[in-house]
Design a protein around this ligand. Structure first.
Ligand SMILES: [Mn+2]
Length: 321
């Protein structure tokens, strides 16, 4: 029997897997990548009775490969909070999928494990910019503000590490980062004893400082669009920058665009935190778009569709007022 652990390379994917494997150790092949690299099941070649665990990637975006693996007789466990579409009925498929705006995959794993590694789920919820949900989940831990802020910064650092167009943009390959986390059942020990935290926190600070110098390309009371350059720092920081804007201006939607080498644009959209709606619907109108209601994106928007995107973005959030 071969085992595969397939996970999104962001904070949520990492912490979901970490909690599960702390509870149920398993020697599995890791399948992961940058945050936007979500067609991960396509890389899995599993046979009858092989075990595949899938974390924090859309079932809908992996449907063909999921069906292929089920046909091959693999046993699949799936935790996620992205758009799933119809969930196939199959005795070999065990799903824990919840699209509520205030859950993330790590909170679903935490629920499944009845809170055994709750601090890591809190880290992930902060990483997915679910600050209210993170604080609520953290109540039983009885942490002071300083400790909560540390878990928050760790979540942001792990999330920050996953952005980037290719793995070359990242400080740590997500698989290597998971291996660094693996010995630590306590995130505070990880923060104190492994230099991952210091490296990522310093990198995030530098990249954010550059982002803060960029002014909005277009801005209304309801929606603001920022254009970052085609540079490694911008590719790394786009998600964290978008989350920060969303928290600073909770009534406003945000889009961040970045030119790619092929002339297309990478777009990240954050719905207003006060109304976590519509980002997925907006992005799915364009080729390679997807995500969640609160946070979504377009992997490669053709340049000629940029004008259409800007008006759809403004329309989406003007009318929802
Ligand atoms: Mn997630």
């Amino acid at each position: 029997m071969v085992c595969f652990d397939v996970f999104n390379g962001d904070a949520d994917g990492l912490c979901a897997l970490h909690q599960l494997r702390l509870a149920e150790p398993l020697d599995a092949q890791l399948v992961t990548g940058v945050k936007r690299d979500i067609a991960l099941l396509g890389r899995v070649d599993a046979a009858k009775n092989d075990r595949v665990t899938v974390l924090d990637i859309s079932l809908d975006k992996n449907r063909d490969d999921l069906l292929r693996l089920l046909d091959a007789g693999a046993k699949i466990t799936y935790f996620d909070h992205h758009f799933a579409g119809d969930i196939p009925e199959n005795a070999n498929l065990d799903t824990h999928i919840d699209l509520a705006a205030d859950v993330c995959s790590s909170l679903l794993v935490n629920r499944y494990l009845q809170g055994r590694f709750l601090p890591w789920a809190v880290v992930a919820a902060f990483g997915d910019n679910l600050h209210d949900a993170a604080r609520l989940a953290a109540v039983p831990l009885e942490l002071n503000e300083t400790a909560l802020a540390q878990l928050c910064t760790l979540g942001e650092c792990l999330n920050y590490n996953a952005y980037g167009v290719s793995e070359d943009d990242l400080y740590f390959h997500p698989g290597a980062l998971y291996r660094r986390m693996q010995p630590f059942s306590d995130p505070f020990a990880f923060i104190a004893e492994d230099d991952v935290f210091v490296t990522l926190n310093a990198g995030m600070y530098d990249d954010l400082t550059q982002a803060h110098a960029v002014s909005a390309e277009s801005k209304t009371a309801c929606a603001a669009l920022f254009q970052l350059p085609n540079a490694a720092w911008a590719r790394r920081v786009s998600g964290v920058f978008g989350n920060e804007l969303a928290r600073t201006f909770p009534e406003r939607a945000h889009a961040i665009s970045m030119p790619l080498d092929d002339g297309s644009y990478r777009i990240s959209v954050r719905a207003p935190l006060a109304r976590k709606q519509g980002a997925d619907v907006l992005c799915r109108q364009f080729p390679s778009g997807g995500g969640r209601a609160a946070a979504a994106g377009i992997n490669a928007l053709p340049e000629e569709q940029m004008t259409a995107f800007v008006s759809a973005f403004q329309h989406q959030y003007e009318v929802s007022l």
